[in-house]
Design a protein around this ligand. Structure first.
Ligand SMILES: Cc1cc2nc3c(=O)[nH]c(=O)nc-3n(C[C@H](O)[C@H](O)[C@H](O)COP(=O)(O)OP(=O)(O)OC[C@H]3O[C@@H](n4cnc5c(N)ncnc54)[C@H](O)[C@@H]3O)c2cc1C
Length: 499
């Protein structure tokens, strides 16, 4: 095999019979193909787009929305080789153990697997993301020759670190398609088909196994892939769409007997200017508001609630970032003068910064994707997103901000003004991470999810899902590093089965 094939040149009605079909050439699909290179597993990678942006292909992502304001479905993802990484910001951070736990204060939370099952795969994921040496934890023991972290003393919030993907020979984050195209071309046991849209998962009679994938091109070509096993790596929105739309054998769609496909959609709300930070002694170290090269990694500091704090106070996760410098109004200036006097500190050179950040959302079955009657250029039903966001999600974020304010005062380092109280104020300041998650959630019990702990679709013997659609609960950090780690774990699992 090897090399890239333009699916528009494949003979009409052709049938391919690989061991493994990977559907979708984003970071999940590409990472799996790279991991299975030079193994006996004969693979095809089916990618809808080509090597660059094409408006007609991107149009296939069009959909509708109701409910809370959200990003248009065709502008929060990218449909060509490399997927979302063609646009991503490259923010990386692994998930904490608590994210995998069932948390009593968060309905529907908990993974059927533990953080330690991902731990061995994080170094390889970090390397594929080109996020530098693994310093996330090491940098918490901060070297004395660096500028100091903000003195917060004892409490629930502490400085922790993001690392950034940086593509070899570039200042941009790693675009997986561009970066790994040559590697994919040279994998002898892989054929990559570009412009190949999977339009249907055809189940065998009875629905217990996948029989074949129907593939179509925008030029009107059709062919079939009959793999021993297939992995859906189309991103959290499109994977759910394909499963729901493939409803000829199982009327509710593939893997949807318990009506979970498309439900629990999630993203990270990124509210702007959530609080104003005053540091009495002057500006924070430059690694708070900016990325900085430290010990060979591009890093940025954030303020995070500790796992202990989250457990003991029963709050959800968030990350707080120090943003641009700002000014205080007259009320703020008076509060600063009074607070400094009461604490006996000199605030003559105080610095003032706006705070931003991201927060975890409660898994919500009613925040969901459903099919509509409208069809795209390939005849696939389009999606509608029913978006919701709970007041509780903002309240948890606010609790952590209050804890940060308490610590700043207790350590006499600074003070905080909270800028968002009512729901309307949070919503007015809201941006989103473009981190689609949750629509094919992982569960031990088929009634409460779509895939099992090995990422196999419940009830379908040879169909798997890779990507953040399998996250049952989400944490607050960017999802790609962890979804690449999960994809590598799945590749090893399939190597054992197919190799
Ligand atoms: C603006 C932006 C900024 C982001 N910033 C960050 C960040 O800083 N950090 C972070 O961790 N994450 C970030 N993300 C999210 C990140 O891009 C995603 O988590 C990641 O790309 C998901 O990987 P995936 O492989 O699961 O899916 P995708 O990247 O969505 O890839 C899916 C692939 O499947 C293909 N496909 C779709 N439908 C079909 C079909 N029917 N047949 C065949 N192929 C199909 C698509 O063309 C695409 O190549 C950002 C995303 C965006 C849009």
């Amino acid at each position: 095999m090897s090399a890239f094939i333009d699916a528009r040149t494949v003979a009409e009605g052709a049938v391919l019979e690989p061991d493994l079909a990977i559907v979708g050439g984003g970071p999940a699909g590409i990472s799996m193909a790279l991991r299975l290179a030079h193994t006996p597993v004969r693979m095809v990678l089916l990618e809808s787009g080509g090597m660059s942006f094409d408006a007609k292909v991107q149009q296939l992502y069009d959909g509708a929305e109701t409910g809370a304001p959200y990003l248009p479905l065709d502008s929060s993802r990218v449909r060509y080789l490399g997927g979302g990484t063609n646009l991503w910001g490259g923010w990386c951070r692994p998930m904490d153990a608590i994210e995998f736990e069932q948390r009593d204060w968060m309905p529907h939370s908990g993974w059927p697997t533990e953080r330690r099952t991902l731990t061995p795969y994080y170094p390889a994921a970090q390397s594929l993301c080109e996020a530098g040496p693994w310093l996330y934890e090491q940098a918490e023991k901060w070297p004395a020759d660096q500028a100091p972290v903000i003195a917060l003393g004892e409490g629930g919030v502490a400085t922790r670190w993001f690392q950034f993907s940086q593509m070899r020979g570039s200042f941009l984050p790693t675009h997986f398609g561009e970066r790994y195209a040559d590697d994919l071309r040279h994998i002898p046991n892989l054929a990559t088909y570009l412009h190949a849209n999977v339009t249907r998962l055809a189940l065998a009679p009875g629905g217990g196994a996948l029989d074949r994938l129907d593939v179509a091109t925008l030029s009107g070509r059709h062919f079939t892939v009959k793999p021993k096993c297939a992995v859906l790596a189309l991103g959290a929105v499109e994977t759910a769409r394909l499963m729901l739309a493939s409803n000829d054998v199982m009327p509710a769609g593939v893997g949807n007997e318990s009506d979970n496909v498309g439900r629990y959609f999630a993203d990270h709300p990124i509210p702007r200017d959530i609080a104003t930070l005053v540091l009495f002694a002057g500006k924070p170290a430059s690694f708070y508001p900016q990325n900085q090269l430290i010990q060979g990694a591009v890093m940025r500091a954030g303020l995070f609630p500790s796992e202990h704090y989250r457990r003991s106070k029963q709050v959800m996760d968030c990350s707080i970032t120090v943003e641009d410098e700002t000014t205080l109004d007259d009320l703020g200036k008076a509060a600063l003068a009074e607070t400094a006097a009461a604490l006996g500190v000199d605030a003559g050179s105080a610095s003032i910064h706006s705070l931003g950040g991201g927060c975890e959302v409660t898994p919500d079955p009613e925040r969901r994707l459903v099919l509509t009657r409208e069809r795209d250029a390939l005849g696939m039903p389009k999606l509608k997103l029913q978006m919701r966001i709970a007041d509780a999600d903002f309240a948890h974020f606010r609790d952590t901000l209050k804890e940060l304010g308490r610590q700043l005062l207790a350590s006499r380092a600074g003070m905080l003004r909270l800028n968002r109280k009512e729901r309307g104020e949070w919503l007015a300041a809201l941006d989103w991470g473009n981190h689609h998650m949750g629509t094919t959630r992982m569960s031990a019990d088929p009634k409460t999810g779509v895939v099992d702990a090995d990422l196999k679709v419940h009830g379908v013997a040879n169909l798997y899902v890779a990507g953040s659609s399998v996250y049952p609960s989400y944490g607050a950090v960017n999802p790609t590093l962890s979804l690449v780690a999960l994809a590598l774990r799945l590749a090893d699992h399939l190597k054992g089965k197919l190799g």
